[in-house]
Design a protein around this ligand. Structure first.
Ligand SMILES: C[S@@+](CC[C@H](N)C(=O)[O-])C[C@H]1O[C@@H](n2cnc3c(N)ncnc32)[C@H](O)[C@@H]1O
Length: 244
């Protein structure tokens, strides 16, 4: 992870709900809740999310768990706080956060992609392990692993009732196939309530590691991992405290 966030999570965080609103997470949240039910104990009640962003996914989990939502971006946390006012929010970096308590479920969703080196990934998994109850689970969902990476483009965006709107082109590519990162270049068109439009380019550098490296880092963090593939072709890691 670089020490600074992508611009979209910083100066443009307010625009998050027009980029990736809660309604885009309905199916994914339903799948995750099913997975948590299958994998954790029946009395699982508390969930810690590391890198919760604007809380769009979390908004579908809060009626099932007591949530503690953490992110290193104050702007993204503010967006999540508006959407999920009943949940606890804590500012912190997933590599170093230490809350001094444990949870039934520790979740790192798409934020794990910002681990751009093995040291970052190991540090995030150590944080997850340290916050997981002895009979709890850690769930980590990278968008891609080395084996599933494909270049591509996507587009989308939404309008707000106040006249603001956002449209984007997302271009995923790998500038150097020999290193452990790839790039996602975003072109954002941001229309304010008065109808003025600005263009923003934002490059997100994301980590790209083989499945076996992830499995090894889980074990090094004191967790026993299993992986499965979800219906979007993503690798889903579920890990439990203890050695295999
Ligand atoms: C794609 S967004 C998460 C969106 C979220 N899934 C949602 O439903 O709104 C990625 C988030 O990861 C956060 N992030 C990146 N690196 C981080 C780190 N080292 N520690 C904590 N948060 C981090 C960013 O600030 C950003 O808010």
């Amino acid at each position: 992870m670089t020490s600074t966030n992508a611009r979209f999570y910083d100066e443009f965080a307010e625009w998050w709900p027009l980029f990736s609103p809660p309604e885009e997470y309905v199916e994914e949240a339903a799948d995750l809740l099913e997975l948590f039910k299958r994998s954790s104990s029946s009395d699982a009640k508390t969930l810690l999310e590391l890198g919760c962003g604007g809380g769009s996914l979390a908004s579908h989990l809060k009626s099932h768990f007591t949530l503690t939502l953490t992110d290193r971006s104050p702007g993204m946390l503010a967006v999540s706080q508006r959407l999920n006012p009943e949940s606890e929010h804590v500012e912190g970096d997933m590599r170093t956060l230490r809350l001094g308590r444990t949870f039934d479920v520790v979740l790192i969703h798409d934020a794990i992609m910002y681990a751009t080196s093995p040291a970052d990934a190991r540090a995030a998994l150590t944080t997850a392990a340290m916050h997981c109850r002895s009979n709890g689970i850690v769930c980590v969902l990278p968008d891609v692993v080395r084996e599933t990476f494909e270049p591509g483009t996507d587009e989308g965006g939404h309008d707000a009732p106040d006249g603001r709107g956002l449209r984007y082109l997302e271009w995923t590519w790998d500038p150097n196939p020999d290193d452990e990162t790839y790039a996602v270049d975003y072109a954002f068109l941001l229309r304010d309530a008065a109808g003025d439009v600005q263009v923003v380019h934002d490059r997100h550098v994301e980590g790209l590691f083989p499945r076996d490296s992830w499995l090894r880092w889980f074990r090094e963090a004191g967790l026993s991992p299993e992986c499965s593939i979800d219906r979007w072709g993503r690798t889903v890691f579920i890990a439990r405290p203890g050695r295999q």
